[in-house]
Ligand binder design. Structure first.
Ligand code: TXA
Ligand code: MG
Length: 325
């Protein structure tokens, strides 16, 4: 049998938001930097382009994508925001917050982008380059993190090229990601606000704005947020959590003063959670890449306090450590 093959694409590294917007309008896949992580963008209204995202990532097709917009006004044309959503948009957009809201029946976003759900996840990123690209594209841009499904999220153009370089049209180089962790995903489609994924905006900040949040079920237990798979963000090496020191054969992911180790990445010498969040995925990429040449076979991760951004960091680390499916 002869397979029906198309030539693999080789991603161009570009710096022009205008060029990125044109490629997106033409149905191409373009990775772009945001303040959280690099996203793999496609025109959300073009089902074929969206299908390309799932193929390039090797992502299970039940997992819905976030639609990105240049402004709250543009985002709210596709969903029905309630009072809480309006308030959060004023306070946290542009920024690392994604809101899941009931979808407008007339929205041209493809069913595939929303995985057939009656809701849509919308976000207005704060990065100026992403903002310009989105404004020029003038349409919703669906974008999951620009990594192969289940792997570590990319926080630089180089990470994207290494993971998806042969599968997409271009990477819009927007420099390193300042926040370094994905957006917080909040479900506002029901009567109570539910925290689906901890992220760049802390739970404390959200609760100060709209009152107590409920939490989605434990990782992997339900598909309330289908992306919450237990094993995710995974380096190729096994990860051991809450390790105050590396054991034999282990590289060390440190947070503050650390014992001597064969190979160590310091998330934050001063135990600053914002700095640690920004470094987390870079650290996992780096340790994964360098462990073998030091004869190491695992990563031991220092305990991280479960407050503020520590909640999101621990969430990502526990998924990196989860048994692989
Ligand atoms: O910071 C971010 O959010 C990055 C950048 C590129 O914006 N994007 C990102 O996308 O992390 P992704 O696809 O890796 O994660 C999106 C999360 C998944 O857990 C997905 O299941 C959830 O949002 N999600 C999307 N649409 C949803 C919906 N309608 N209902 C519930 N959860 C949804
Ligand atoms: Mg992801």
């Amino acid at each position: 049998m002869t397979a029906n093959r198309t030539e693999p694409e080789t991603a161009k590294l570009i710096t022009s938001p205008k060029c990125a917007a044109k490629l997106l309008q033409a149905g191409k896949l373009v990775a772009f930097g945001t303040e959280t992580v690099y996203g793999l963008g496609a025109d959300a209204t073009n089902a074929q382009a969206v299908a390309g995202i799932y193929t390039a990532k090797g992502r299970p097709s039940f997992n819905p994508l976030i639609c990105h917009f240049a402004s709250a006004e543009a985002a709210f044309q596709h969903v029905r925001p309630n009072a809480m959503a309006q308030k959060l948009a004023e306070q946290f957009w542009p920024g690392p917050l994604t809101m899941v809201l009931p979808r407008q029946a007339a929205s041209p976003v493809s069913q595939l982008a929303g995985a057939g759900l009656p809701t849509l996840a919308v976000r207005v990123p704060a990065h100026p380059v992403a903002h310009e690209m989105l404004a020029l594209a003038g349409r919703p841009i669906a974008a999951p993190s620009a990594n192969r499904s289940g792997h570590i999220s990319p926080t630089s153009a180089a990470h994207v090229l290494a993971s998806l370089g042969g599968r997409i049209a271009a990477v819009l180089d927007s420099g390193p990601c300042a926040v370094g962790l994905e957006s917080t995903v909040l479900d506002l489609s029901g009567p109570a606000a539910v925290l689906l994924r901890p992220g760049g905006i802390t739970r404390e900040a959200l609760e100060a704005a709209i009152g107590p949040l409920s939490t989605a079920t434990a990782p992997g237990a339900a598909l309330a947020s289908p992306g919450m798979l237990a094993s995710h963000y995974a380096p190729s090496l096994p990860v051991r959590l809450n390790a105050t020191a590396p054991g034999p054969g282990e590289a060390y992911l440190a947070f503050g003063p650390a014992p001597p180790s064969a190979l160590m990445f310091q998330l934050s010498e001063t135990q600053n959670l914002t700095e640690a969040a920004a470094n987390l995925f870079e650290a996992l990429h780096w340790l994964d890449e360098h462990a073998a040449q030091h004869g190491l076979v695992a990563i031991a991760a220092s305990p991280i306090p479960a407050i503020g951004l520590g909640l999101a960091i621990n969430d990502r680390l526990s998924r990196a450590a989860a048994p692989r499916g």
